[in-house]
Structure formats: structure tokens, C-alpha cells
Design a protein around this ligand. Structure first.
Ligand code: ATP
Ligand code: MG
Length: 570
């Protein structure tokens, strides 16, 4: 392709609302343009990269036995009512009516559509397993569309659905998709982790989120470099932290004037923070007081508290009145001698000895608290309720965990019978009985993957594409396209590269060299071949590697071969 025929409007400024570097660069490099909040057009360069990502996805889906189909975006309300999700999906679902007043949704996801599609026709175990997928626009009216393609309202998603005759089969399909996803993100050149995820309302089965590591990411994950364990901070289970044994001293109350924070208590009593016990007071929907206790240097994980208290669904910060009713006071709480509260104690707290905890009265603390001895085991819930921290031991291998932020680009789920039961999608098994399908669903955000790749690969000059998903692999730039000799030389190289199967752009624009070079760096082609007067003189071809900034010189005769070899490394 020639740059004079390419529609690639580059800009100096990025939109005021763009916070993320990927959003700014995609806009400036002429990849996307905004139509409305969270709704974008993809310009030729952006769409080329999108197509390359989609091609990688297709190849890996097909390799695992996936078959591509295309389902409607416009989905009748009836199937959503049948599954029960019409009522629960809420404002995120874009809804519309046809001229007859019939209700529809613009598909945010396709479990209902695919299940009703196959339920009347896939009737025998002999037709299983079955894996069907599509790549198309999805619609979600996100509360806060932002970060460009990262969280948009109309976005391209690959969604695959698996149907199996039993749980064993479903787990095999899941593993196949897990492997395919790993290959897809590897081929895209991304640094990522498959993170153990909470599959919330779906329950029971497994779920992993494929998360690209990037400081700008919305999710926080803990990972182990030794054994590959990774989990979201909310989910990461933790081992009990042992404390060195000590001789037990008798419980004692001491005055701690105005020491209502752990910082103040530890300084006043001159004890290390890990010898203190701190409390967080929550209230649930039923207005029950829930007091959570963790070590002073740890943080409470609300999700884990919810999971350990029966009947608790949401937590709010408790007010002073509720706390006082339980016979304690904010800033000085401990489980010793209080009632009218649900007390949840972190498992690691139970191993502490001679620690400091509140005395349930203003300006006083207990010292020499030994929870095993001093807490009433009958009245407390002991559980893992703390937030993972950098340096915590890995629950699988004990190595120190690291923390990082990440962008969820894909998610795999086992659904079990959730949708097949709700929508009465059954098959006849070998033993003659009718059974609901065991299903799985697997999504990848294509635009979000492109954005995540930019988040991970950029510098002050622009984007740095990995070869596999670059809009063009190589750009050939005659420094002065008005010079016929330079242009002819550049065209020769361009033609040869094209013949060798390289995805190459000829920058034949009659712009100043500086302008063209700036654009090349901004757009981020992996290799730039420069044809200058020097090239014509010496016959040496100069190649710039975008990622390293290195300049290499190749002989005219074998330059195509050398470029091909170089591309292999990018
Ligand atoms: P999130 O938690 O980020 O809202 P999700 O868990 O709701 O995403 P899924 O239903 O698992 O998303 O969708 C599969 C994939 O689709 C996600 O992993 C993500 O890559 C992509 N995706 C989801 N929502 C959006 C969006 N609003 N904009 C762009 N991509 C999205
Ligand atoms: Mg998800």
C-alpha cells in the first residue's frame, strides 16, 4: 500500500478527555475517531490491527475445533425473559422496540441466543462436543464509558460457547480454550497472566481472567514468579502467617489517650505494628454490626468478609451509634467482652501472642492479648479475611507474591447447566436419558486487546507494535519522494518486500522527511527502511528498529533477506 492512498490522519494533540496513553495514541496516530461517548469508528490503520488480532483469534479457535458463525445483534426480549436476565440485566442493556412495539435488546452477550439456537436441533450426545463462536459488536451501556476502546459501549468481542454432554467434557473444552487464549495473547506479544477469578453469580465452576500487565489497568492482581499462580486481589486466598512462639503474659488494660489509630497506638506503646490488632466496623443490609479484625499491618478484604458471614450481601461502614450499641467505641474495639455484633477474626490474628487490641472503652487498650486464650471462640468466626499484599507467601508454593495492575482482555467461564436448564436445552444421552447441556463461555475484547498492547508498548514518540499485530510490518520511506531516483529505488525495495509476503507500506508522500519520520514513530511500524541520497551513493540500506531505536545497514543484494530475518525477532 502507498501512503498517498492511505487514509491515516495523524494529529499532534490528543482529546482533552483522554486519560490513558493508549487512548491518546490511537487518536493521534489516526486509528480511531469518536462518534459518541464510548462509541468509535476504526480508521484504516486501527482496523488493520483489529483484523490481525481477529485473525490470530480465528486461527486459535479453529485449531481447537471452534466453528465460526454469526448471530444477530438484535435479540428478541422473549429469550431473555425465559432465562430471567431481562429483569436483572438493568441499565447496562441497550433496549429498543420495533414498529409493532415488540421489545429487543442489542446483544451484550449471547448465551440466550446461542442456547435457543441449538436447543431444537442438537438433540443427541453424538453431536457433542460442540464449540461455536463469532466475532461481532457487543453493546453495553456502561455507566462510565472511558479510556477509549478499553471501556466502550459498542465494542468488538469474540465469544465462543461450548456444549458438552457431561462435566468432564466441559472441563476439557475449558482447558482447550484456556490453552487457546494463552496462545492468542502470546502471539500478540503481550505480557499477561491467567488470573483465577471469582465467577460470582454463576457459581460452582472455574473462571480465569486473562489479564495484560499494565500499571494503568483497572484490576489489581497478585502473582507468583515461581509457580505461575495469579489471582485478583479480591480473590487471592492466603495462608496463615505463623508468629514466633513467646511466653504468654497476663492480659492487662492500659490507658492510651487519644490513640484511636493503629499508628498512634503503636507509637505510644512502642510496639511493632505486627503486634497490634485492628478493627473495621461494617453494617450489612439487615443493619447487623460486623466487626472484622486483622493484624495492624494487614488490610481487611470486604469480599472475603461477605463470604464468611452468612446472609451478608453488601457491607457499609457502620455508624457510631450501632458501634456503641454493641458496647464498644470506634478506635478502641476488640472482641474481648462485647456482644450484639458479628465478630470475624482473620486466621492469622488467632496465632498472635502478647498483642495490643482495643479495650472497648475510650482511651484504653489491652496489652498481652493472646486471641486463642482471650477471645471467646464460640462467639467469633475465624476466617481468611485479609487483602493480599506484596511479599505474602504464595498459596501454592510459598514464594513471595508480587502485586501488579492489569487489564482484563479475556475471560473463560464454565457455566454448567445454568442456561441449558433455564432455557430447556437438552439432548438424549447414550443411556437414553434426557440431560441439559454442560456449557462454557469464553470472551475476548478485540479493541481492548489492541488498547492493552499499546499500554504495554509505547514511548515518548508513539506506539511500538509487535510485528504480529502491527498495521504494517515495514514502512519504506524515500526521504525525498520528489526525487525520482529515490522514489524508484524505494519502490524496488517495496515491491521485493511485498513479493516476499511482507505487509509493507511505501511512504511516497511528498512531505518533509522529519514529518514522515515522526508519523512512522507515532504509528509504530516495527521497521523503517530509509532511502536517502546516501543510500543511492553507497548502495547500503538503512533500517531503523522502532523498539530499540537501533539503526542497521544492509547490503542492497541481501537486504530483503536481512529484513525478513530481522522481522522474525520482532
Ligand atoms: P469488565 O469487568 O471489564 O466490565 P466483563 O467481565 O463484564 O468486563 P466479559 O463479559 O467477561 O466482560 O466480556 C469478555 C471481554 O470483553 C472482556 O474480557 C473484555 O476484554 C471485553 N469487554 C467487556 N466489556 C467491555 C467494554 N465495555 N469495552 C470494551 N471491551 C469490553
Ligand atoms: Mg469478565
Amino acid at each position: 500500500m502507498r501512503a498517498t492512498e492511505l487514509y491515516a490522519p495523524t494529529l499532534r494533540e490528543s482529546p482533552a478527555e483522554a486519560e490513558l496513553i493508549s487512548h491518546k495514541l490511537m487518536f493521534r496516530a489516526g486509528f480511531i475517531r469518536k462518534a459518541a461517548g464510548g462509541i468509535y469508528s476504526y480508521l484504516p490503520l486501527g482496523w488493520r490491527t483489529m483484523k490481525k488480532i481477529m485473525q490470530i483469534i480465528r486461527e486459535e479457535m479453529d485449531a481447537k475445533g471452534g466453528q465460526e458463525i454469526m448471530m444477530p445483534i438484535t435479540q428478541p426480549a422473549e429469550m431473555w425473559k425465559e432465562s430471567g436476565r431481562w429483569a436483572v440485566y438493568g441499565d447496562e442493556m441497550m433496549r429498543l422496540k420495533d414498529r409493532h412495539g415488540r421489545e429487543f435488546a442489542l446483544g451484550p452477550t449471547h448465551e440466550e441466543m446461542i442456547t435457543t439456537l441449538i436447543r431444537d436441533e442438537v438433540r443427541s450426545y453424538k453431536q457433542l462436543p460442540l464449540m461455536l463462536y463469532q466475532i461481532q459488536n457487543k453493546y453495553r451501556d456502561e455507566i462510565r464509558p472511558r479510556f477509549g476502546l478499553m471501556r466502550s459501549r459498542e465494542f468488538v468481542m469474540k465469544d465462543l460457547y461450548s456444549f458438552d454432554k457431561d462435566v468432564e467434557g466441559m472441563n476439557i473444552s475449558y482447558q482447550k480454550m484456556y490453552d487457546a487464549y494463552s496462545r492468542i495473547f502470546e502471539r500478540c506479544g503481550l505480557k499477561f497472566r491467567a488470573v483465577e477469578a471469582d465467577n460470582g453469580a454463576i457459581g460452582g465452576g472455574h473462571s480465569h481472567e486473562f489479564t495484560v500487565l499494565a500499571p494503568s489497568g483497572e484490576s489489581s492482581i497478585a502473582y507468583c514468579e515461581k509457580c505461575n499462580f495469579a489471582a485478583s486481589d479480591e480473590k487471592a486466598e492466603l495462608k496463615i502467617i505463623q508468629t514466633a512462639p513467646e511466653e504468654l503474659k497476663p492480659l492487662e488494660k492500659v490507658q492510651t489517650p487519644a490513640c484511636h489509630t493503629i499508628e498512634k497506638v503503636k507509637n505510644f506503646l512502642k510496639v511493632p505494628i505486627e503486634k497490634t490488632i485492628k478493627a473495621v466496623a461494617f453494617m450489612d443490609d439487615a443493619e447487623r454490626l460486623i466487626l472484622a479484625f486483622v493484624r495492624g499491618d494487614h488490610e481487611v478484604n470486604e469480599i472475603k468478609v461477605i463470604n464468611s458471614v452468612e446472609g451478608a450481601n453488601h457491607l457499609y461502614m457502620a455508624g457510631d451509634k450501632l458501634i456503641e450499641k454493641a458496647g464498644t467505641v470506634a478506635g478502641f474495639m476488640s472482641p474481648i467482652g462485647i456482644s450484639n455484633a458479628i465478630i470475624v477474626v482473620d486466621q492469622s490474628v488467632m496465632l498472635m501472642t502478647n498483642a495490643v487490641a482495643g479495650a472497648n472503652e475510650i482511651d484504653a487498650h489491652f496489652i498481652n492479648v493472646t486471641p486463642k486464650r482471650d477471645f471467646d471462640a464460640e462467639k467469633i468466626i475465624i476466617s481468611d479475611i485479609r487483602m493480599v499484599q506484596e511479599g505474602d507467601p504464595c498459596p501454592h508454593c510459598g514464594e513471595k507474591l508480587k502485586m501488579t495492575r492489569g487489564i482484563e482482555v479475556g475471560q473463560v467461564f464454565t457455566l454448567g447447566k445454568k442456561y441449558s436448564e433455564a432455557l430447556h436445552a437438552t439432548f438424549l444421552d447414550e443411556d437414553g436419558t434426557t440431560k441439559p447441556f454442560e456449557m462454557g463461555c469464553y470472551g475476548i475484547g478485540v479493541g481492548r486487546t489492541m488498547a492493552a498492547a499499546i499500554e504495554q508498548n509505547n514511548d515518548a514518540d508513539g506506539i511500538i507494535w509487535n510485528r504480529a499485530i502491527a498495521p504494517f510490518e515495514v514502512v519504506v520511506v524515500p526521504v525525498n519522494a520528489k526525487d525520482d531516483k529515490q522514489l524508484a529505488f524505494a519502490e524496488e525495495i517495496y515491491n521485493e518486500l511485498q513479493k516476499s509476503g511482507v505487509d509493507v507500506l511505501l511512504d511516497d508522500r511528498k512531505e518533509r522527511a522529519g514529518v514522515k519520520f515522526k508519523d512512522c514513530d507515532l504509528i509504530g511500524y516495527p521497521l523503517r527502511v530509509t532511502i536517502s541520497p546516501k543510500t543511492l551513493e553507497s548502495g547500503k540500506i538503512e533500517v531503523k528498529v522502532r523498539r530499540s531505536g537501533e539503526f542497521l545497514n544492509f547490503e542492497r543484494e541481501n537486504c530483503v533477506k536481512s529484513i525478513l530475518e530481522l522481522l522474525e525477532t520482532l
